[in-house]
Design a protein around this ligand. Structure first.
Ligand code: NAD
Length: 468
């Protein structure tokens, strides 16, 4: 009998469903199916693949409410957000269809303008893009359908096939969308979902010669280990990893907007975003006023059942995640930190942790590690140089944000912060699907936008022709 893995519902702590605990042979079969499907997907003209992607988007929209409820139950993200996520997911498939003609274009080059090697007057060259082959895609628990879309839509558009490994915490919505992809007419084997032991599946992606590229979104520790081994095997990698985004509030900021951005940035989906605002840096002149307003704002958040329409903050993904937050806060307190504000009265059943704002010495783990939950350390700084130095004092570099009414001052700071996207007067919790997204330092390798990913997921080939 097939062994099964339980998927828990974070709001109740109870088992929601089971998925197969696949053996290594089943994973190998899935990879072989993807490999064997390559000629079938590549025999479909690119414009037909684009039409199929549009159909995926339509089918997701047609089932939006049902999928949003499933997603809320599996990851604990409030329903008002998961509806938006499903809409965003549909748009990513559409964007891949729209970008395809711009990416799948080539060049014709008469080589006569360059005199080395000799005889170029008789040569012409063509540059074209070809699919890499089988893509091994690994997604995190917090962004299941949209992270999947950022990998699968560009892969299928360009003519690759995919073996998809969702997080064991959140395989259900991704499995439904994979079924949709086959139902709309992508050839059998174009997408194959594998569930089971993560490291076994990761190792098989690395070692199996039928996998050409690994695209991974998740923690830096797992991703960099996987990437280094995959590169040694000659594979392409795209890595979207952890973050510890700083928000800097200057004394000339619109404080109300900054408060709103910090509240959303840290506490939306209980802080479980790669680009959540994980460190707050405030100029001394406005520190006390800012903290007062932030506390008021956080106290108004509605915490509870994520299926309720008015819930702002739901549970964390697992009991271990709650324990990790307890560790972060206790560590800060043991080193002389203090809690500025903590929401009271979170549900006892399920994996809840109260939104917490704290001051902590810089040797506390909250300032050093990625805090993937609703705990926000704040620091007061005397000038802009100190703010930049503190923002950069991390091994991550995903996003950052700066609040100031003075554009040239904020712009100059933005050029000094080592991160992939800098938002001026906005929350870090944004991502533009048509722009390069990714990080400096340990936050990633390569960039994901639908167009960038298509480029990364294709090989460039030069074909030279010597005329008679
Ligand atoms: P994680 O690293 O624990 O898991 C990510 C995925 O890797 C999951 O599917 C997991 O099952 C799998 N995995 C775990 N061990 C593996 C192994 N040895 N080999 C192969 N696969 C393995 O991360 P998570 O807890 O699911 O997600 C949170 C992390 O993801 C945070 O660090 C967050 O910042 C990051 N993240 C980054 C982005 C981004 O775009 N940069 C987006 C979302 C999440």
């Amino acid at each position: 009998m097939q062994r099964q893995i339980p998927v828990y519902e974070p709001a109740t702590g109870e088992v929601l469903a089971y998925v197969p605990d696949m053996s290594i042979n089943e994973v190998r079969d899935a990879i072989s199916k993807a490999y064997d499907a390559l000629p079938r997907i590549q025999s479909i003209p690119a414009y037909e693949r684009a039409k199929l992607l549009m159909k995926v988007a339509q089918a997701i929209r047609a089932r939006k409410e049902e999928l949003a409820r499933l997603l809320t139950r599996e990851i604990g993200r409030p329903i008002k957000s998961t509806r938006l996520i499903l809409e965003r997911t549909a748009r990513i498939y559409e964007l891949a269809a729209q970008e395809l003609p711009h990416v799948l274009t080539g060049e014709f080059i008469p080589l006569e303008a360059y005199d080395y090697p000799a005889g170029n007057e008789k040569r012409i060259a063509f540059i074209r893009r070809e699919p890499v082959g089988v893509v091994g895609a690994i997604t995190p628990f917090n962004f299941p359908p949209d992270s999947m879309a950022h990998k699968v839509a560009p892969a299928l558009a360009i003519g690759n096939t995919v073996v998809l490994k969702p997080s064991r915490n959140s395989p259900l919505t991704e499995t439904e969308i994979a079924k949709i992809i086959t139902e709309v007419g992508f050839p059998e084997g174009s997408i194959n979902v594998v569930t089971g032991d993560s490291s076994m599946i990761g190792d098989e992606f690395v070692n199996n010669p039928k996998v050409s590229l690994i695209t991974f979104t998740g923690s830096s520790k797992v991703g960099l280990n996987l990437a280094s081994r995959a590169i040694l095997m000659g594979k392409r990698v795209i890595m979207e990893l952890g973050g510890s985004d700083a928000m800097i509030i200057l004394e000339d900021a619109d404080l109300n907007k900054a408060v709103q951005a910090a509240t959303v940035g840290r506490f939306d989906y209980a802080g479980q975003f790669c680009n959540a605002t994980k460190r707050l840096i405030v100029r001394d002149e406005v520190y006390d006023e800012f903290i007062k307003r932030l506390t008021e704002s956080v106290s108004k958040l509605k915490i509870g059942d994520p299926l309720r329409e008015d819930t702002d903050v739901g549970p964390l993904i697992s009991r271990e995640a709650v324990e990790t937050m307890e560790f972060f806060v206790n560590d800060a307190l043991s080193k002389g930190g203090r809690i500025i504000y903590r929401v009271s009265g979170v549900p006892e059943r399920g994996f809840y942790y109260p939104p917490t704002i704290l001051e902590a010495p810089f040797n506390s783990a909250v300032w050093i590690e990625e805090v993937f939950g609703p705990v926000l350390p704040v620091a007061r700084v005397k000038d802009d140089d100190e703010a930049v130095e503190l923002a950069n004092r991390t091994e991550y570099g995903l996003d950052a944000s700066i609040f100031s009414r003075n554009f040239s001052r904020a712009y100059k700071l933005a050029t000094r912060i080592k991160a992939g996207t800098i938002f001026i007067n906005d929350t870090t919790r944004l991502r533009f699907d048509n722009l390069p997204f990714g990080g400096f330092k340990k936050s990633g390798i390569g960039r994901e936008s639908v167009r960038d990913t298509m480029i990364e997921m294709s090989e460039v080939k030069v074909i030279s022709y010597t005329l008679d």
